[in-house]
Design a protein. Sequence first.
Length: 567
Amino acid sequence: RAIRYAVSNIKDTCHSQMESCAGASSRQCGSIFWLDVQRVENLDQMSIQFLLLENATPLFCYQASFCLSFIIKNKQTMNYYCFLSSQEKEAIEAVSVGAILSDYQRVRVENVCLRLGLQPLAYLWRRDQESLLSEMISSDLQAILIKVAAFGLDPEKHLGKSLADMQPYLKQLSHKYGVHICGEGGEYETFTLDCPLFKKKIVIDEAETVIHSADAFAPVGYLHFTKMHAEDKHSVSLISAWKMKDIVLVHLYVRNMEDFVSLNAVYRKYFNINPPARVCVQAPLPAGQLLQMDCLLHDWTEPLEEGCFRHREALHVQSLSHWAPANIGPYSQAFKVDELVFCAGQIPLVPCTMSLVKAATSVEAQLSFSHVKKVLEAVIPNLTLAHVVQAHCYITRHRDVATLQWESEIKLAPLLIVVIPALPKDAAVELHVTAVNDDPARRTSRHVATKTACGSIRCHTVLSADGSSASLSLSMVACGGDLGIADVKSITEELGTAFMKATKAMEAELVPQCARVFYKCGPSPIQQIVQESLRSSLGESSPSVALVPVLDLPDSQILHLSCWLSL
């Protein structure tokens, strides 16, 4: 039993495929590639596109010659019917279509499905276009504009640009002139070069810009591909090899902390005896978003040298004691990988009763720090707070920022403080750290402050004594006033430049693994463009980026990037 797709390689169809596969459960995800030919002279180019897609997505495609043999000019519905009816032996169960607003597109597929007894799937139908476009981009669907035909879109300027690059501008056009941000009014068409379902990515080697109509207000133009090829995705085999047991740390941000219990009930189903460490806090997530989760995974890619061994274990204590709090959810207090220790967030609970301490915020902070100390010592004897290389402290009131500070023994590690709406058990403080078993006295710490056009950037890096891991903290302080799109882009580019300089200054062959960008939620469009701008400015050095909205940051910061680097 399988799902088949009417595929034109536009962004909507590819995203619909991803949605269908995500909800397919027992169904098998397969595909029929459909050539939606309008003119016979398009056959050669579309055949090339098909063969490339067949190479990029072998799971999805049938023989090109078979598809082409069924093309009947101007008889698209008949083409669908003839093609699908010929595939009875494949036990097709459903057909997916990427329609968002187009009744014509949806109805013709539904009519064919009705005649053949198949289930039509339209997971994008009537979705909010702005959130849908953001979802497509965040799901790593890489598509480019190949045709434009609307006021504000210029063939010479916008053809070939990615959806990620165009998103802020499309949003502007949508708000000002009512342009459909997903192009449902025919404003633009796209071609998908890569997405998580592709086995290979498509590379455009040569293309020509064709001006169909040089209208002064809404010129129409399209790209004609003259040379393309499919290219291996080097990370595919590595990504597909990951398993749930490889997760060592989970960050979970929820819109409402009242969902904590029900969320844990679902979460615990996916982990065995020793679950990963976890940080779970409430964040002012965008409207309609209930939660946000990112995971840090670890596995050894290099073969083990003779005489060496690997060490990986979880500290998972569930008993009440006078030592430190038991878990209040399906997570471990800490996860150790060789000499690295990834701790769970700690709140000020009284260990023997698991009740929140009733005291001032300063006392809550001291107790949280004490719990972290005990966890570190339990994982590796003699490990202390001085071994911390990265620390995040979540608080619920801005006035408490001044009461939180490192003890003198750990002043080298950057402590990032963020204000969020709520914490588990109504705590006022939660501390999360990552530590390395090295010699803290031999670490390299570096502070740099740089003035920019929009404010200033403060950089703090800490490199472990053995050079195996590091933390990088970048905070952006703005001059004041609301930020526009141009300001945010400029800030992000400056942040990317500072990031590159900081990593080079470490003089260590470390790879940026994961970055957390905390930003003040508000009217500025940071969320929509900062991730794409960072990727663009960092290039291949870009880590995995998680954008986290917060209520406030200390010292007039508008955003703070915290990155973990390792060999």
